[in-house]
Design a protein around this ligand. Structure first.
Ligand SMILES: Cc1cc2nc3c(=O)[nH]c(=O)nc-3n(C[C@H](O)[C@H](O)[C@H](O)COP(=O)(O)OP(=O)(O)OC[C@H]3O[C@@H](n4cnc5c(N)ncnc54)[C@H](O)[C@@H]3O)c2cc1C
Length: 498
């Protein structure tokens, strides 16, 4: 019987554990022990269910609140777990997004894809950009594509790319809050090849982002025309979640993997070779001998645990920085919120210099997040722009968020939240900075040569929840194939299952 120790109980670590369980159920001689340093499983998937004093409950997602519907990993696993019917789309009737400009909310013009305009009229009439900025963005249609020397990696920072194609105002007013804010990153440091490689490809293929996104839009519309939804089909929206919140996924994965083999509140502190296998030391002083270790903690924790395994890999891992952020969840009575509530989110560009960088109106974005007559808001602070704010005490963060909601949204001054929760994510957002892909290739090639060690999680090839889940499964594949056990693919869900 081969034994795998999995370090980290986020979606990547639990993805690995559930994969090992399926392999064992299919007859492979393999077992696992998962150790998670927090008392709660799920990592950045963290849902609290909060009761309202007048009845009903709130579904409060403090970490990730959604996943990209187009990526199949979660649908596939949800089907295996029997929870696919609990997946939910967003409420598209409310899907407006606002960008803060001069301390007011300006609606994002229709037809913007990422940050490229694909419809003329909304772009011409929007107050989000000045006229010179609109004309500068139109130049994207004629600016020649970048020449890429054969044999070199096509990469540049998100900031350089957006300024080169669309101009500085597009960067500051839209690209920065959309791609920087959401990733907790500074676009000046972000590697485009590691974060949005499709934009580089688009430039090379179409010579223009506007033409590229227009072609993408036409393709989607043609697909929709060719495959109209059948009666009874689930509504398909860009983002999805689960009705009971996103942690529902990791909770059910833990149940199916087997909670007897999962230990919480216990951290791994060292990994060392022991003969042909490994020994993992825990902060309780215990040691676990095993044949393989799947390392699925945050990238900085992986760097420290790899130190005695391969110092060069540890050094490379330590070069991925991580930014800190916090989310502040609060519910209010509807009468305290006399503003239009048909929107999902509002983003504050860095140039606006506001403490709250993003606001999600959770009760309008998702079904059943709050009882009738209640409004659930989620504010986001921190990220690469302002990490120190995350260390402020809870009551300060709540006050900051309330004062932003009064100024920006029109929350009634003096309104008291029914409840508030602050979730802190210190060093919780890995940053794919310039050189990330080169470092990653070196890490992957070195780890490929270390039998019984595999890395998984958001620090490597995608921070999105489906990518992380995939990476946990791939890590199990790596170590099991070293033992000559090739795992069968799970049946993929139909392409347009949701
Ligand atoms: C506020 C926020 C919002 C986000 N929103 C979205 C979103 O809407 N959509 C999306 O797709 N992605 C989103 N993300 C990103 C996504 O949630 C993460 O990339 C993903 O959940 C990471 O999963 P993981 O398993 O790799 O790591 P984690 O969830 O970080 O899990 C790692 C686990 O390892 C544990 N650990 C660390 N060290 C040790 C040790 N020594 N021993 C034992 N255990 C250890 C940690 O306690 C943690 O539980 C968001 C992230 C944040 C922070």
């Amino acid at each position: 019987m081969k034994r795998i120790v999995i370090v980290g109980g986020g979606v990547a670590g639990l993805g690995a554990a559930y994969k090992v369980r399926r392999a064992a159920d299919a007859g492979a001689e393999v077992s696992f022990t998962l150790v998670e340093k927090d008392p709660r499983l799920g990592g950045k998937l963290a849902t609290d269910i909060v009761a309202d004093p007048d009845g009903g409950t709130y579904v409060v997602d403090g970490g990730s609140d959604s996943f990209l519907t187009d990526k199949p990993a979660i649908h596939r696993v949800a089907k295996l777990l029997g929870i696919f019917d609990q997946e939910t789309g967003t409420l598209d009737e409310n899907k407006k997004t606002f960008i803060v400009k001069d301390a007011r909310l300006v609606e994002m013009p229709d037809g913007i894809m990422m940050f490229a305009p694909t419809k003329i009229l909304p772009m011409a009439t929007t107050k989000l950009y000045s006229w010179p900025a609109k004309l500068r963005m139109a130049l994207d249609l004629v600016i020649p594509r970048k020449r890429v020397e054969p044999g070199t990696r096509n990469d540049e920072s998100v900031e350089d790319f957006v300024i080169r194609r669309m101009g500085r105002e597009c960067l500051e007013r839209l690209a920065e809050p959309l791609v920087g804010g959401v990733n907790g990153s500074d676009p000046a440091d972000m590697s485009l090849a590691a974060t949005y490689p499709n934009l580089l490809e688009m430039e090379q293929t179409y010579g223009s982002l506007v033409r590229g996104f227009l072609a993408q839009r036409r393709k989607v519309e043609a697909m929709r025309g060719a495959h109209p939804p059948k009666p009874g089909d689930k509504r398909r929206t860009f983002f999805s979640s689960f009705v009971p919140g996103l942690q529902f996924l990791t909770d059910r994965m833990a149940d199916a993997a087997g909670r007897d083999d999962i230990r919480t509140g216990v951290a791994a502190t060292r990994i060392a070779r022991a003969g042909d296998g490994w020994v993992v030391t825990l902060d309780t002083g215990e040691t676990i001998a095993c044949d393989a270790v799947v390392l699925a903690p945050e990238v900085w924790a992986a760097a420290s645990l790899m130190r005695d395994v391969d110092a060069a890999v540890a050094d490379l891992l330590a070069q991925t920085p991580s930014s800190s952020c916090a989310t502040i969840l609060m519910a209010f009575r509807e009468e305290d919120c006399p503003f239009d509530k048909r929107w999902h989110g509002a983003l504050s560009p860095a140039v606006e210099r506001r403490a709250v960088t993003g606001i999600s109106l959770m009760s309008s974005k998702w079904p059943s997040r709050a009882p009738e007559g209640r409004v659930l808001l989620r504010g986001f602070v921190g990220g690469a722009r302002d990490e120190d704010i995350v260390r402020l005490p809870d009551d300060k963060l709540v006050d900051i968020a309330i004062s932003e909601y009064v100024q920006l949204l029109g929350l009634r001054p003096g309104a008291e939240p029914i409840f508030s929760r602050v979730f802190r994510w210190e060093r919780g957002m890995p940053q794919y900075t310039m050189g990330h892909l080169d470092r990653l290739e070196e890490i992957e090639s070195r780890v490929a040569g270390i039998p019984g060690i595999a890395l998984a999680g958001g620090g490597y090839r995608g921070v999105g929840v489906p990518n992380c889940l995939d990476s946990g499964e791939q890590a199990v594949r790596k170590v099991m194939s070293e033992w000559g056990i090739e795992l069968a693919e799970d049946a993929e869900p139909p392409a347009r299952a949701h």
